[in-house]
Design a protein around this ligand. Sequence first.
Ligand code: NAP
Length: 269
Amino acid sequence: MKGRRALVTGASSGIGEAVSRLLAAQGYRVALLARNRARLEAVAAELPRPSSGGDHLVLPCDLTRVEEIEGAIEAVEAAFGGLDLLINNAGIGYRARVSELDPEPLRRVFDTNVFALLLTCKACYPLLVRGDRPVVVNVSSVVGRRGIPGQAGYSASKAAVCSIGEALRIEWAEEDIAVSTLNPALTATGFFQNQLNPQALPDPDLGDARPASGVAQAILALDQDPRPEVSLRWKWRLLGILSILSPRLADHALVRRLGGDWRVPRRRG
Ligand SMILES: NC(=O)c1ccc[n+]([C@@H]2O[C@H](COP(=O)([O-])OP(=O)(O)OC[C@H]3O[C@@H](n4cnc5c(N)ncnc54)[C@H](OP(=O)(O)O)[C@@H]3O)[C@@H](O)[C@H]2O)c1
């Protein structure tokens, strides 16, 4: 894996930071993209130098602005020449019941989690075509396979990410670009504090959260051995399947799991 060239979106914190550190430790050359330049520079300063020579790349960029995506990918092309691994990880949550949704944050969620991911894939395509054994990892979520109450907008955006992966891995099969979808469950990052409207509903029980390093390891494993889709906790994997086979049973299981004031829909007739 030494000398592989990777682009990580959302590299300034959480999962993106953890995977940037892991890849650099494995000898990858990493382009770190997010809005917070100071955080990116602080992370990049701590990375070991790439074994292939050259430097890691810091790319301050707001992914909700198309021209900034294009500028950032041009900078990757100028520095790296091509791309072997694209990790679409940047994302934002929005906590609100559907009856209380605000259009502006809802748009930001879809701009960041869906439109930016699609446009980043598009901009990176020529670089990936020139890459060595190119791989794309799209970070979705277990809630992309089973919507959860209080986060309908976020769940829908992550369902879109799963759907994009299904389409893209066939679209790009001819160029032999592998496309994987990774669905993490609760992970110990600043994600819940960074969510839009966090005061709307209580935090989930973060006692069950796993470290971001585990998700980073799963991403590295997908670069070494790409698979179409991986969900990181078996209970959520089962819930996704149950939601198709028996939605009522899945509702029961989810409401029990979430606790709080949520109720199972009444059976009518
Ligand atoms: N934590 C969990 O429990 C969990 C579970 C399942 C899935 N996920 C997914 O995992 C991914 C990473 O989340 P995380 O847990 O590591 O949360 P996080 O620490 O809040 O990281 C989110 C990253 O996305 C970047 N970002 C947000 N908006 C951006 C924008 N407009 N342009 C560029 N970068 C932007 C942030 O950087 P800046 O603020 O510097 O821009 C940050 O680096 C997300 O896609 C999330 O949906 C998380």
